[in-house]
Design a binder for this molecule. Sequence first.
Ligand code: PLP
Length: 378
Amino acid sequence: MGRDTGVNEPIPVLDLGPELEAIWSEVSVVASRVLRSGYFVGGPEVAGFESEAADYLGVKHAVALNSGTDALVIGLRALGVQPGDEVITSPFTFFASPESIGILGASEVFADVDPDSFNLDPQRVEDAITPRTRALMPVHLFGRPADMDAISDIASRHELAVIEDSAQSFGARFGPDTRYSGLQTGSVGHAGAFSFYPTKNLGGFGDGGLLTTSYDGVADRARRLRDHGSARRYENETLGYNSRLDALQAALLRVKLPHIDANNDGRRVAARHYNELFEGVEGVITPEVVPGHVFHQYTIRVTGGRRDAVQAALGEASIGSMIYYPIPCHRLPVYADRGISMPVAESLAGEVLSLPIWPAIAPSAQERVRDVIVGALR
Ligand SMILES: Cc1ncc(COP(=O)(O)O)c(C=O)c1O
């Protein structure tokens, strides 16, 4: 458990310090070894990381890439999504989810979310299907597994590809009441896309991403696409990308990977503690601690139009908080001409508030967060 914070000490929204401190001696040895090795892009560290990540996630192939965004773009292309196809995703996510679809010349179609899980509502997905629908992109938002039982059923009924946006859910597993009980997010669709952006549960020391799949053809196409559309150097077969992972990132992610379950356990403990602290607090709706949720974010809903006042009070007390996401994707300037309405996503955007969380956050810091929020709601 983390150290106590003093009464007036600032509480950041995320503190990567304790996690780094715990592995620093290994990090510094590995970093010097890689920097002296002469392998900077690809090479044995990347191959080693791919194999360890594939084992951990329970998939046949893991293809290391430059970012989570690239994992979505390359994943969609490797699944055969073409310009003009429609791909259904959530309006309540980071922009990269729909952006990856539009970048390919495909159409991003939004389906509203469930207000409790913040994840795609399968009924709305079903309603959004047209003859042009080619794929579904559920997002395991904030580390909570999406309803893949229902989404997989819809996909098989309509013969659609599924790419799981698992950017926020490294290490999250499906709960015991699901068909995929115990399996990792990113392992049950046709492909999964992970991000190693430094703030993610498995965060690198720069950008990085991973495409997971158990389909040989998808992995093979993704490997070509990440390297300028070539399987062999200077024999380019298609237009691709430069999206290889740096050896340094791979080597450092290999140091962090064995700690991911313990870190995710720490986040769940912190989430349970917050839920106890907010029990009976009127105006605060807490997230359910479902098994396998890895709490990339601990996000409450503040009802009654008081979210911004609560956030201001936290700021005055030097406590960090974030609004993920203040504008649902379909209302972003880039899609403004659509004029569509997604009532649940829109109402969540006005209520959500993500509170400080990291694996070793001190219970006393969480208690201060609660006290300030309760004070602001009085
Ligand atoms: C849901 C979601 N999808 C995709 C991405 C893109 O990942 P990256 O920042 O590694 O490109 C992110 C990262 O913030 C994300 O949160």
